[in-house]
Ligand binder design. Structure first.
Ligand code: SF4
Ligand code: SF4
Length: 207
């Protein structure tokens, strides 16, 4: 089978610095409100008073950096009525803006919220795996920007052989929906997708 590109996301070391998100915005000259890559802080628990002292009660938090997962079963491609959203032979999912009519069906279909509508241009935009950098043999901008080396990319089969097949933790959706080309190394406090007791803790303007 031809090489299929994907990401390894190492939530166990992610520091929530958002360098990956900013590098992506900078590289792709995105408006500040459009974030192809997002870093979500997920946490929960509370504090209880005991013998006059406040004690943590199951307090936890961790971060997950994610963008388009360049899925095996890309619902965005299935939903697009014009054929503008395509999956390339190497697995990269791209939007051809010349064919995009701005209906936003792909945005509604994607469980990751990966396609982002550019109001000014009236077309959909999304992570393109830094295809221009890949063509020059370079890494995607998010990969190089991460000071924790929490993002890796490559052939998804090789990434799975190296890191396992987990592709979902809270607050990511079930991997069964689109079969993402991603592997997640969970944080020690990670909760199972769909069974979490916490919530997304980012400020609204960060999402
Ligand atoms: S993450 Fe969303 S936009 Fe990306 S390939 Fe999967 S369904 Fe499509
Ligand atoms: S740059 Fe790395 S450590 Fe910082 S938020 Fe992104 S993935 Fe996490």
């Amino acid at each position: 089978m031809a090489k299929q590109l994907g990401f390894h996301i190492n939530s166990s070391v992610c520091a929530n610095c958002k360098a990956c998100q900013i590098a992506c915005q900078d590289k792709n000259n995105l408006p500040t409100a459009i974030r192809w890559r997002r870093v979500v802080l997920y946490g929960g628990g509370n504090w209880v008073e005991k013998d006059g002292r406040w004690m943590p009660n199951g307090v936890f938090s961790y971060s997950v950096s994610f963008a388009c997962m360049h899925c095996e079963k890309p619902l965005c491609v299935e939903a697009c009525p014009t054929g503008a959203m395509v999956k390339r032979a190497d697995g990269v999912v791209l939007v051809n803006q010349d064919q995009c009519v701005g209906c936003r069906y792909c945005e509604w279909a994607c469980p990751y919220g990966a396609p982002h509508f550019n109001e000014a241009k009236g077309v959909m935009t999304k992570c393109n795996f830094c295809e221009d950098l890949l063509a020059q043999g370079q890494n995607p901008a998010c990969v190089d920007a991460c000071p924790m080396r929490a993002i890796e990319f490559g052939d998804i089969a090789e990434l799975r052989a190296k890191y396992g097949t987990l592709a979902e933790i809270e607050p990511l959706p079930s991997a069964k929906i689109t079969q993402p080309h991603a592997v997640v190394t969970p944080h020690r406090n990670a909760q199972a997708s769909g069974k979490g007791t916490g919530k997304i803790m980012n400020l609204p303007e960060e999402l």
